[in-house]
Design a protein around this ligand. Structure first.
Ligand code: GLU
Ligand code: MG
Length: 454
């Protein structure tokens, strides 16, 4: 601890940010002087439990206190906040790991993997918008960003280079390997990819990315938005995850880890004719089979279901999955299989990275335990098929509304058990209230359509 304190001090750090993540996937925390690093790493920083959405903790008594205990390895000086270092925290209550802390929820699944001698790696691909608010209207921050097919637009991208370059440098200074930055398929929409890592580290990185994204956008008078679908006529934001299962401990220093999703022939050579090993197929089959319940965590807002609808967009495609199936390099399927990994396209940008990863691991492990087999691969464009054609091929659609996904979650014993009783109850209550509030809202669309109609 002394070493860590000295290393941070040498970088000019005077203050620690004890940061945890709430049920919504929102970063929360408080500041502590560097001198109190030991307290943060041993006992933790105390918070009023009921002030944090999703804890379900009482207003008084020993269980009213939520302790955020720092993980030393995560301490990182933040370049956009000179003098401050972020320390990722796990929730504790009454001296025990708090079952409803999202990071603890993921840790439980990581422990299940470790008990089998495995760890899981994810590469998270966040898409996001840069917006501004003009006369109460939300617009892309860049007025000139107007192409009919905005994907990979190299005229808009340089107009945001000050922001994107700042973001790249900030993430790199925090140890992330930034791989690619591009303009996505909607006006004002971008994607930043960084290197894959152990599932827990990736979720931590995603939270770091969001904090950097917000801070740097605000400094330039823009709003960084991880809202899944800000514009009805344009694609929404996904948060796809590339998933692979590895043998051995996380960050095996002897380099003995093997990707267990890579298929092999009987003679031990790598099989390039298929995408996934039998274990990979079982894991993927588990993830597919739990899709309706996973949807509640992967698309946890009423807005997210507008992304998942198989509807048109100005660019001619929305690229969001609606069909519960898989296919080799098929971006129109929920699972796009690649050699030795699959891309899980379900999560949207509002998903809590810890909860959605934990639920995905539980679904995959269930697939392995039950030795599930994948349905036939789809290698055609599913976006052109109508409901009758999909039905004839036995391809189900994802829940099309939040309440349907919540019901599926409540009915799915595997995912419920992964979340734990407290978190599940809190999630269902908060999200049912959100669905109810949305359902009761009378929108401009309704007034325009119905006010003078009848
Ligand atoms: N924006 C799309 C989504 O909501 C994904 C686009 C892509 O394939 O990168 O999932
Ligand atoms: Mg993308």
């Amino acid at each position: 601890m002394k070493d860590l304190r000295e290393r941070l001090a040498a970088k000019g750090v005077h203050t620690l940010i004890a940061q945890f993540t709430d049920i919504h996937g929102v970063a929360r925390g408080k500041y502590l002087p560097l001198a109190h690093l030991d307290d943060l790493l041993t006992e933790g920083a105390g918070f009023s439990g009921p002030s944090i959405d999703g804890t379900g903790l009482p207003r008084c008594g020993p269980r009213s206190e939520y302790w955020a205990r720092g993980a030393a390895s995560t301490a990182t000086a933040l370049p956009w906040l000179p003098g401050y270092a972020r320390v990722v925290c796990d929730g504790f209550v009454a001296g025990e790991p708090f079952d409803a802390c999202p990071r603890q929820v993921l840790r439980r699944q990581v422990a299940r993997l470790a008990a089998k001698g495995w760890h899981l790696r994810t590469g998270i691909e966040p898409e996001f918008f840069l917006l501004k608010r003009v006369d109460g209207r939300w617009l892309p921050a860049d007025d000139l960003d107007r192409l009919g097919k905005p994907s990979y637009d190299l005229k808009s991208l340089p107009r945001q280079r000050a922001y994107l370059q700042g973001l790249q440098q900030a993430l790199e200074a925090c140890g992330l390997d930034v791989l690619q930055i591009d303009h996505e398929d909607a006006h004002g929409q971008y994607e930043v990819n960084f290197g894959f890592d152990d599932v827990l580290a990736s979720a931590d990185h995603l939270m770091l990315f969001k904090q950097a994204g917000h801070a740097l956008a605000e400094a330039q008078g823009m709003v960084f938005s991880m809202m899944p679908k800000p514009f009805a006529d344009q694609p929404g934001s996904g948060m796809h995850m590339h998933v692979s299962l590895w043998s051995g401990a996380v960050h095996d220093s002897r380099g003995n880890s093997r990707n267990l999703f890579v298929p092999h022939r009987a003679d031990g050579s790598v099989d390039h004719a298929v995408q996934l090993s039998p274990l990979g197929r079982q894991f993927a089959a588990g993830v597919l089979s739990h899709s309706p319940a996973l949807c509640a965590l992967a698309a946890p807002t009423v807005n997210g279901y507008k992304r998942l609808k198989a509807s048109g967009s100005i660019s001619g495609s929305h690229w969001a999955p609606a069909c519960i199936t898989h296919g080799p390099n098929n971006r129109t399927a929920l699972l796009r299989t690649l050699h030795g990994r699959f891309e899980w396209r379900l999560p949207d940008s509002s998903a809590n990275p810890y909860l959605v990863s934990a639920a995905m691991v539980a679904a995959g492990l269930d697939g392995i335990e039950r030795q599930l087999e994948l349905p036939a691969a789809a290698d055609d464009d599913l976006a052109v098929l109508d409901a009758a054609q999909l039905h004839a091929r036995g391809i189900a659609l994802l829940p099309q509304f939040l309440d349907v996904a919540l019901d599926a979650l409540a009915d799915d014993a595997v995912i419920c058990s992964a979340l734990g009783e407290t978190l599940l109850a809190q999630f269902l209550a908060l999200k049912r209230a959100e669905h109810g509030a949305h359902a009761r809202h009378v929108s401009d669309w309704e007034l325009t359509r119905y006010a003078a109609m009848f």
